[in-house]
Design a protein. Structure first.
Length: 128
């Protein structure tokens, strides 16, 4: 299952540069831990100070539980996560106590295509 989350980086050009540099060389313990926690794929995007993370979980796994296991898996992982968090702040609109805000989907082309296949397009006739 896919999850999309957002967080903001602190308002400091050095932070944006450091965050980007760290993600060019993610610590091996972090990469191993993410995979062991059931994270099948992950991408992180940056626009200004807004960070968007797309996470694909293995089937049936809860991403919040997986991330908690990830952080607790190794001291170096906890150190990495603390370092990353020191550069972040919750995005506007985040729920109370929520660090990475869970973004809500508003459109899915695949779902639209599936729904459209079941119904004729306006102005078209079905052939028998």
């Amino acid at each position: 299952m896919r999850h999309v989350l957002a967080v903001d980086l602190k308002d400091d050009p050095g932070v944006v540069e450091a965050y980007t540099a760290h993600h060019q060389r993610v610590w091996p313990e972090v990469l191993r831990s993410l995979r062991r926690a059931g994270i099948a794929d992950m991408q992180i995007y940056l626009l200004g100070r807004r960070v968007v993370m797309v996470v694909e979980m293995e089937d049936g796994l809860d991403f919040k539980r997986a991330f908690a296991q990830h952080v607790a898996s190794h001291p170096r992982v906890a150190e990495w996560e603390a370092l990353m968090k020191s550069m972040q702040q919750p995005a506007p609109g985040s729920a109370d106590g929520e660090w990475w805000a869970v973004m809500q989907p508003v459109f899915d082309l695949a779902e639209e295509a599936d729904a459209g296949a079941a119904q004729p397009r306006p102005g078209s006739a079905r052939r028998a």
